[in-house]
Write a new protein. Structure first.
Length: 225
């Protein structure tokens, strides 16, 4: 399990990181909110553990940003602030759980396991991907944007599924070529660009909010602008 830990107190961060790694987890540590956001956008995590009071971007703001990009990602908030109002602020930002410092490591571990089990059950039940007003039914192999059904070929469907599963994250042409086409990327072909343009015509052209965006020199990102 990959864990994003955002904690600026060196002793607390070391204590949590070491404990989780001893349990076999992979932990990426950020010591401020901006660094945490950067890691989240670049990486793939199963759960986020966020301290509320960190520099640059607060844990609550970071939680809100994470949930806007990946609502299914479990988030546990850590704080020395234990008032009801503080907890309400965290939960309103989308937090799934709350731990008040100081806490025992085993309590954090139990809550992490409970959250990830629940998240995994929800992923098994849900077979529909959603970004903004676009839905992709993985069982029926049907896409809808608003009330309009989008007709897709098998390869277009596979590309759209990959982009939606990686929403909010820049994916390169190499990523797409390897994951969607299952081939090594050939710099002499423009097949990725061709299919991206086809998808743009089908899911973006007739709608005000565009979902497929180009990051020049890096690849593509799928999100509501």
């Amino acid at each position: 399990m990959n864990i994003l830990l955002v904690e600026d107190e060196a002793k607390v961060a070391s204590f949590i990181k070491q404990g989780l790694e001893e349990q076999g987890y992979v932990v990426d540590l950020a010591t401020d909110g901006q660094m945490g956001l950067t890691l989240f956008l670049k990486g793939s995590y199963d759960v986020a553990v966020l301290d509320v009071i960190v520099p640059f971007i607060s844990g609550v703001e970071l939680c809100r940003a994470i949930k806007n990009n990946k609502p299914s990602l479990p988030v546990i908030m850590l704080t020395a602030l234990g008032t009801t109002e503080d907890k309400v602020n965290g939960f309103e930002a989308g937090a799934d759980d709350y731990l008040v410092k100081p806490f025992e490591f085993r309590e954090l571990l139990l809550r992490l396991k409970a959250l990830t089990r629940r998240s995994q059950r929800e992923e098994v039940v849900s077979h529909v991907l959603t970004v903004a007003d676009l839905t992709l039914d993985l069982d029926k192999k049907v896409a809808h944007r608003g009330n309009k059904q989008i007709d897709l070929t098998a390869k277009e469907f596979g590309l759209l599924e990959y982009l939606m599963r990686n929403k909010g994250r820049v994916v390169s042409k190499i990523d797409i070529s390897e994951k969607v086409w299952d081939i090594d990327f050939d710099t002499g072909t423009n097949v990725v660009e061709v299919y991206i343009n086809i998808l743009r015509k089908k899911i973006d052209r007739d709608f005000e909010d565009k979902l497929i965006h180009t990051r020049i020199g890096m690849g593509y990102i799928f999100e509501k602008a």
